[in-house]
Design a protein around this ligand. Structure first.
Ligand code: 2IT
Length: 447
C-alpha cells in the first residue's frame, strides 16, 4: 500500500470531501508501515475496502415549522463497516452536515468502536437540520419526520444509532418514540442514549466526558503527572463538555475556560457545580451562546466575544466541540501560555498541523477516537443491558467504563510506544483499531 497513491485516487473520486479525505489520510499514514509488513492485507485489498462505506442511505425529510411553513432537509445514514458487529454510531443534526462529514465520522467510528473492546461496527448519520432557534415542538416534528425514513434501515442487531452534536436525550426520545410506533418493537434496543425509565443506561449522558477524563488520567499517570489542581480549558458546552466538567471537578481539576460559537468565558476560580448544571439549561435553550453563562453568573465568569477557550492560560486543553476546531495558531498560543497536554475529545477536533505542532513541541497529545470512546462504549453497555433485559447500577457502569478506558489506553501504549519510551497516541490508537477490523475482514473472506 502506498498512501500517496490511495489518497490521490480518493481525491480524484471524491473532490471536495475534505473532512473524509483528512480522516482517511491520518489513519493510513499511521498504519502504512504495519500494513506493509502483512502481505495478506494487501492481497485482500483491506485498505481499499475499508475506506469505502458499506452503504449510504440518503433521504428527504419534510416537516412543518411553527409558522405553518413546509421545510425540507436532507437526512443520511452512513453504514461504514460491520466486520466486528452491528453498525453503531451517532446522529448529528447541524446546518453544516454533508456526506463528507458523515463519511469522516463513520470512518473514525469504525476504529473507535474497535478500540472499545466491544463488538460494534461503525456508522454515522444525521441531517443538515439546524436546531439553533428551533422550538421543542419543531424539534419533535423534525425527529419524527427523520425517523419515518430511517426506521427501515436500522434495528437492534443491524444498526443502532445514538446522539452526537445536536442530538441529545430529548431528540433520542422523539426518535425512539416514532421508531416504536412504526416498527411495533418495544424492546428498546434500537437507539442508545435513551431515558433511564425506558431502557437507557445510567451514566450514558455523562459517559463521553467521564471516559475522556479517565483516559486523560491514565495518560498523565504514564507521564508521571497528576490531574489534581491542574487548570483545564474546555471548548463547547454540550453534552460532552458537560460530562468532562463534572468529572474534572470530581477529580480536583479546575476548569478555567469554556467557549461557544460566540466567544469564550474566563472562570478564574474554576467552574462550580451550579454552572455545570446551567450548561444543560443552555443546551436545551437552543440559543448556542456561551455568553449566557456569564450573564447568569456575572461574579464568576467574564465573556470575551470572538475568542476561543485556547486563549486562556491552562495546563490541559480539552477540545469538546467540533472537528478542526483547534488550529496550528491555537496550538502555538496554548503552548506559549504554558499548556503541556491536549486530549482531543471532539472527533478530529485538532487540525493536522496543530497535532504536528503538539507532537514536535513536547505537548502530550491523544486523539479523539481513543479519548472520546467512552461514549460509544457506554452505548455498547446499554445494548448489553437491553438485550438481557436488565439494568446495572451507576457503580457497575462506571467500573466497566473505567476498565474500558484503561484498556484503550493500554492498546495505545502497546502499538504507539516510541523507541525512547514515550507514546505516540495517534499511531497507537489507529494501529490498534485497524488491526482488529482488518483481521475480522480477513477471516470473513472477500465480501
Ligand atoms: O462520536 C461518538 O462516538 C458518538 N457520537 C457516540 C456514538 C454512540 O453510538 O454512542
Amino acid at each position: 500500500m502506498k498512501v500517496t497513491k490511495i489518497m490521490a485516487d480518493l481525491q480524484a473520486k471524491y473532490p471536495g470531501e475534505s473532512e473524509y479525505l483528512q480522516a482517511v489520510q491520518e489513519v493510513l499514514e499511521s498504519i502504512e508501515e504495519v500494513y506493509n509488513e502483512h502481505p495478506e492485507f494487501e492481497q485482500a485489498k483491506i485498505v481499499e475496502r475499508m475506506v469505502e462505506p458499506d452503504r449510504i442511505f440518503t433521504f428527504r425529510v419534510t416537516w412543518v415549522d411553527d409558522s405553518g411553513q413546509v421545510r425540507t432537509n436532507l437526512g443520511y445514514r452512513v453504514q461504514f463497516n460491520s466486520a466486528i458487529g452491528p453498525y453503531k454510531g451517532g446522529l448529528r443534526f447541524h446546518r453544516k452536515v454533508t456526506p463528507s462529514m458523515l463519511k469522516f465520522l463513520g470512518f473514525e467510528q469504525t476504529f473507535k468502536n474497535a478500540l472499545t473492546t466491544l463488538p460494534m461496527g461503525g456508522a454515522k448519520g444525521g441531517s443538515d437540520f439546524d436546531p439553533v432557534g428551533k422550538s421543542d415542538a419543531e424539534i419533535m416534528r423534525f425527529c419524527q419526520a427523520f425517523m419515518l425514513e430511517l426506521w427501515n434501515c436500522i434495528g437492534p442487531d443491524q444498526d443502532v444509532p445514538a446522539g452526537d452534536v445536536g442530538v441529545g436525550g430529548r431528540e433520542i426520545g422523539y426518535l425512539d418514540g416514532m421508531y416504536r410506533k412504526l416498527a411495533r418493537e418495544y424492546n428498546t434496543g434500537v437507539l442508545t442514549g435513551k431515558g433511564q425509565t425506558w431502557g437507557g443506561s445510567i451514566l450514558r449522558p455523562e459517559a463521553t466526558g467521564y471516559g475522556a477524563l479517565y483516559f486523560t488520567q491514565h495518560l498523565l499517570h504514564k507521564a508521571g503527572k497528576d490531574i489534581k489542581g491542574k487548570k483545564l480549558a474546555i471548548s463547547g458546552f454540550g453534552n460532552v463538555a458537560w460530562g468532562a466538567c463534572k468529572k474534572a471537578v470530581q477529580l480536583g481539576a479546575k476548569v478555567i475556560a469554556l467557549s461557544g460559537p460566540d466567544g469564550m468565558i474566563n472562570i478564574p476560580d474554576g467552574i462550580t457545580p451550579e454552572m455545570i448544571d446551567y450548561m444543560l439549561v443552555m443546551r436545551a435553550s437552543n440559543r448556542d451562546k456561551i455568553e449566557d453563562m456569564a450573564v447568569k453568573f456575572p461574579d464568576k465568569a467574564s465573556f470575551v466575544a470572538g475568542k476561543k477557550a485556547w486563549s486562556a492560560p491552562c495546563d490541559i486543553a480539552l477540545p469538546c466541540a467540533f472537528q478542526n476546531e483547534l488550529s496550528e495558531d491555537d496550538a502555538k498560543e496554548l503552548k506559549a501560555n504554558g499548556c503541556w497536554c491536549c486530549c482531543e475529545v471532539s472527533n478530529m477536533g485538532c487540525q493536522p498541523a496543530a497535532i504536528h505542532f503538539f507532537q514536535s513541541n513536547g505537548v502530550l497529545f491523544a486523539p479523539g477516537k481513543a479519548v472520546n470512546a467512552g461514549g460509544v462504549a457506554t452505548s455498547g453497555l446499554e445494548m448489553t443491558q437491553n438485550a438481557s433485559h436488565i439494568s446495572w447500577s451507576a457503580q457497575e457502569v462506571d467500573d466497566k467504563l473505567h476498565f474500558i478506558m484503561q484498556s484503550i489506553h493500554e492498546q495505545c501504549v502497546k502499538y504507539g510506544t516510541r523507541p525512547d519510551g514515550s507514546v505516540d497516541y495517534v499511531k497507537g490508537a489507529n494501529i490498534a483499531g485497524f488491526m482488529k477490523v482488518a483481521h475480522a475482514m480477513l477471516e470473513q473472506g472477500i465480501i
